[in-house]
Write a protein that binds this ligand. Structure first.
Ligand SMILES: [Zn+2]
Length: 55
């Protein structure tokens, strides 16, 4: 049973070790949450910022 939700379009993931960042431009549609974003041997952190209303 997957515990992580699948990456959504617009999500940002960061490696806390080296600073590598990934911006999701296409969501993973797999039902089992198969997308694994790993860097430096650790899961990447979802650092998606809340949607900015006042631009
Ligand atoms: Zn890294």
């Amino acid at each position: 049973m997957p515990t992580k939700k699948a990456p959504q379009v617009g999500d940002m993931f960061r490696c806390e070790s080296c600073g590598f960042e990934v911006h999701v431009t296409k969501e993973c549609k797999c039902s089992s949450g198969c997308a694994e974003l790993v860097c430096c041997g650790k899961d990447m952190t979802n650092v998606t910022e809340p949607e900015v209303i006042n631009k």
